[in-house]
Design a protein around this ligand. Structure first.
Ligand code: F6R
Length: 240
């Protein structure tokens, strides 16, 4: 695991951007595994800037996202499909047909998990971008998630619901469950890029890097992946 500590959120985003840009330049038809949340916003802005300047193109790029809230769809401002269109897909030259997310409005979630696993099998990630939950989650694989798991429905922990409520309006409620790629699906990526920012993540960062590999800290499984780059800002690296 390669760990890079940067001064702040901006520098963390710069380093993540350079790595992602190289993948897109070297493999114009790469499959990018993507994440939502606050952490990748700076990286996405930089990718949009590079695409506007014609340094990179998403024309042949495919994307698979980690997760989606159960009950939210493309018209919900809090859905991840909406987030991706707002922050990346709607601002670059990507063909929306090549962008995949689990369907939060599926009529039958068992079939939806099977459908999404099929998409992941057909599009193994050239690189998987990850954020880190305060409880050590990756995707929405909360503590206790099996390392051999594939796409599944998960009940979100209280910590995750509380953390994500900051992004919801006064009259909106955070959904209690989500559909997520499993840990085995994440580990299949050729490369993994994790970005982490903020003091409130420093314990999870420590457990991920220095702790035992255990399902109690889902991110600790990354110690077993052959090509992981973790980019931290100074606050997130506080316990290392
Ligand atoms: C998002 C995801 C989550 C987030 C994590 C960190 O698609 O799967 O694992 O990466 O919760 O979220 P932020 O970046 O908002 O701190």
């Amino acid at each position: 695991m390669k760990v890079i500590t940067t001064a702040d959120y901006g520098e963390m985003s710069d380093v993540g951007f350079e790595l992602m840009k190289d993948v897109i330049k070297n493999t114009p038809d790469a499959t990018l595994g993507l994440a939502t949340g606050t952490t990748p916003l700076g990286l996405y802005d930089r990718l949009v800037g590079a695409c506007c300047k014609k340094e990179i193109s998403f024309k042949k790029i495919k994307t698979v996202n980690l997760d989606e809230y159960v009950g939210l769809g493309a018209n919900d401002r809090q859905s991840y499909v909406y987030f991706m269109r707002e922050h990346l897909f709607g601002r670059v030259d990507i063909d929306l047909k090549n962008t995949y997310l689990p369907d939060g409005l599926a009529a039958d979630f068992r079939s939806e998990c099977v459908r999404y696993d099929g998409i992941l099998n057909a599009h193994p990630q050239s690189i998987q971008l990850l954020g880190l939950g305060r409880d050590g989650h990756i995707g929405f694989n909360e503590p206790g998630a099996p390392f051999d798991g594939h796409t599944h429905i998960v009940r979100l922990t209280e910590t995750t619901v509380a953390d994500n409520s900051r992004l919801f309006g006064e009259h909106e409620t955070v959904p209690g469950s989500a559909i997520t790629m499993g840990i085995a699906d994440i580990m299949r990526a050729k490369r993994i890029l994790m970005l982490v920012s903020g003091e409130n993540k420093k314990q999870a960062v420590y457990d991920m890097i220095k702790g035992p590999v255990t399902e109690d800290c889902p991110a600790s499984v990354l110690q077993r992946h052959p090509d992981v780059t973790v980019v931290l800002d100074r606050a997130a690296a506080g316990l290392l």
